[in-house]
Design a protein around this ligand. Structure first.
Ligand code: SF4
Length: 403
């Protein structure tokens, strides 16, 4: 059995058929996971200034760029092993640079609350064994973490939930659209207006304390009734919810305080985003947006989006991420004027504009390591096929040696 790194569910039950050091077939993975096991057809090659070179020269040129930069940033990390992430944080310390990951425009706010123990959370095994009320809020797990419902939440029988979804579990979706997850929740889909999560939470809190909610009273009272009766409830908080309430994230803590039998789990996309958040938190007390300046300094200006907008960085190392395809064009213009170092197994939009490209082994496929599942459980990854690519960790070690 091997582990899939297609999303932060890190499914450990994947069987693969290997032929000539290539994966011919994978079993048990969802479509997304199966694509991950095929890896990319377009492998990255080492290059400097758009000219192909050897790996040693590419690493040497990358080290020169970082050494000469006055305010570099190291970004990405959510698709790297824990071992590479720790090395990346050491590199940031050595350079006195900024370091950020995709969680600064994703689930970082919620993970920070979890790490500060601001609300109850639980493991996915607890969900499978005990959960009776499952609330997918701003999360379309069916498309983003496709085996979430079948492995852990709605469909499996659990120790205390032997009668499964037919009688023992209630699945609820709260979202701005009827997603594929909401369709499975059938009669228990609560549609809210865009950015309407805060008002919905306030109305739900009114209902939970016995007041008549200000809008959609009938349905909100019904929802509050389901949630109050839960023996073991879980809110799967998706990015839709986090984005909507990011200015007032503590309102979710207030809601959790009114629901003593409920747990909150951030729904994470990238397979090891939580691993990076935990590693940086352990080192600095913050999950992202940090600059090492003798000591760690945390500020929104060290988020990748803000730094690019403010044109405050003069070199960018991107590890296993593709900001060019995920960030709005308006913030990307600065990237064209600074040297970018791209470390990735595959050709990406970002690698196409990079001054230096360094190919790496795909983790969980071409190299092993560990990663942190969305609920905080550490999962081991194994090397599945033989190959000669350097791991992210080895590349970072050599970069540090070259400084
Ligand atoms: S749900 Fe996620 S981890 Fe599991 S097989 Fe699909 S992509 Fe891979």
């Amino acid at each position: 059995m091997v582990t899939c790194t297609g999303c932060a569910l890190l499914c450990e039950d994947i069987e693969v058929v290997i032929e000539n050091d290539r994966i011919k077939e994978s079993r048990n993975a969802c479509r997304r996971g199966a694509a991950r096991f095929r890896c990319c057809k377009n492998r990255l090659a080492p290059s400097f200034n758009k000219m192909q070179t050897d790996i040693d020269t590419a690493i040497k040129k990358a080290a020169e760029i970082l050494k000469n930069a006055k305010s570099p940033m190291l970004f990405g990390w959510s698709n790297s092993t824990c071992e590479a992430q720790v090395k990346g944080i050491q590199l940031a310390k050595k350079l006195n640079s900024a370091i950020d990951d995709t969680s600064s425009f994703c689930q970082g706010l919620l993970i920070e609350k979890v790490l500060h123990k601001k609300f109850r959370t639980c493991s996915l095994e607890d969900v499978r064994n005990m959960a009776d009320v499952l609330v997918y809020w701003g999360s379309d797990a069916q498309d983003s973490q496709p085996r979430h419902l079948s492995r852990f939440s709605v469909f499996p029988r659990g120790e205390s939930r032997q009668r499964g979804y037919e009688e023992d579990r209630l699945a609820i979706a709260i979202d701005v659209r009827e997603s594929n997850t909401a369709k499975i929740c059938k009669g228990h889909f609560y549609r809210i207006p865009l950015k309407g999560d805060r008002e919905f939470i306030l109305a739900l809190m009114d209902a939970l304390v016995g007041k008549v909610p200000k809008y959609d009273a009938k349905r909100i009272l019904e929802l509050a009734g389901f949630m109050k009766k839960a023996e073991f409830g879980v809110i799967f908080a998706g990015i839709g919810l986090t984005y909507s309430i990011k200015e007032d994230i503590d309102i979710l803590v207030s809601l959790a305080d009114l629901l003593p039998n409920f747990h909150i789990m951030p729904m994470v996309g990238h397979y090891n985003m939580r691993g990076f958040n935990e590693a940086l938190f352990k080192e600095t007390g913050y999950v992202n947006r940090v600059k090492f300046d003798g000591k760690p300094v945390h500020d929104n200006k060290y988020a990748i989006v803000e730094a690019l907008k403010a044109k405050s960085i003069d070199a960018l190392l991107v590890m296993g991420s593709d900001p060019l395809s995920s960030l709005p064009r308006s913030v990307l213009t600065h990237l064209a004027s600074i040297p970018v170092i791209c470390i990735d197994p595959c050709v990406t939009l970002t690698s196409k504009i990079a001054a230096v490209t360094i190919p790496s082994a795909a983790s969980g496929l071409e190299c092993g390591g560990s990663a942190v599942r969305m609920d905080g459980k550490v999962i081991e990854l194994s090397k599945v096929v033989e190959n000669s690519y350097l791991t992210d960790e080895q590349i970072l070690t050599r970069l540090m040696e070259g400084l």
